[in-house]
Design a binder for this molecule. Structure first.
Ligand SMILES: [Zn+2]
Length: 261
């Protein structure tokens, strides 16, 4: 695979990678995934992501943020600590942050408070936002519109046509995962992905989660990893009716531009 792809969402500091993180990065490279943006989901994982990315300059990058599931653990000094992390050159976005009303692991008002704080931080630092939204579109949209968020990617988009249009109209980028490879759940996405402007599309595995269901050779432990990104690229390109080369080139250029890689 000659493509130089960028996986914009990998939970590489997840415990399932503790035993073989270096090999996972090497295997990704062998499969043409030359850059990875490690997702920070809590203060601790953001610190770990920044440290690890710092040891692989020009190849690994990190986001710094707190996932809505973890919002309940935010404290007064959390934003200050994220600000310090964001000063590091390998930290390229604020997030993963947003709203998740599907699981409600943190109370909704607490989620909204810390999402707002992280949006303000990104704006203050002029950094892009790596956003998560699940079953919370109305509140999420109201917030990003009110706060005039401009530079953002809605990662792992699985929503409706109307939601997609709303995000694209705001100027947001859209992250597509292996969800699209799911025969049942992903069917509507295959239609929708055609309507995403090519200059707003990015691809991600969201590893170790969301292992593509139609891999020819399934990983024994069921774990997803960035080496599977070309498989997602193929599914996205097929859905769009475009050559994989074109989608590869565009999504890589988009990631470079969006994250200033
Ligand atoms: Zn997410």
């Amino acid at each position: 695979m000659a493509n130089k792809l960028t996986d914009i969402g990998v939970n590489l500091m997840h415990r399932s990678f503790h035993g073989d993180r270096e090999e996972v990065v090497k295997r990704a490279d062998t499969h043409g995934v030359s850059r990875i943006v490690i997702t920070g989901t809590s203060l601790r994982s953001s610190e770990e992501a920044a440290r690890y990315a710092g040891q692989h300059a020009g190849k690994l990058y990190a986001t710094a943020g707190v996932h809505p599931h973890d919002a309940k653990n935010c404290r007064e000094d959390t934003i200050e600590k994220l600000r310090e992390l964001a000063a590091l050159s390998q930290v390229v976005a604020i997030g993963e942050c947003g709203l998740d009303y599907n699981r409600n692991f943190s109370p909704r008002d607490v989620q909204r408070r810390w999402f707002t704080e992280q949006i303000r931080l990104a704006q203050e630092l002029d950094l892009p936002l790596f956003l998560h939204e699940r079953d919370a579109f109305a509140d999420f949209y109201a917030l990003v519109k009110e706060l005039q968020v401009r530079k953002a990617v809605v990662h792992c988009f699985t929503g409706s046509q109307a939601e997609l249009k709303a995000y694209v109209d705001l100027g947001f980028y859209i992250g597509i995962t292996g969800w699209i490879c799911d025969e049942r759940r992903g069917r509507h996405l295959r239609e929708l992905v055609r309507t995403i402007p090519l200059d707003r599309l990015m691809i991600e595995t969201d590893a170790p989660f969301l292992t593509p269901r139609d891999l020819a050779e399934k990983p024994k432990d069921g774990r997803n990893e960035p080496a599977f990104l070309p498989h997602i690229l193929q599914a996205v390109a097929a859905s769009m009716g475009k050559p994989a080369e074109d989608v590869a080139r565009a999504t890589t250029a988009n990631a470079e531009r969006f994250f200033s890689l």
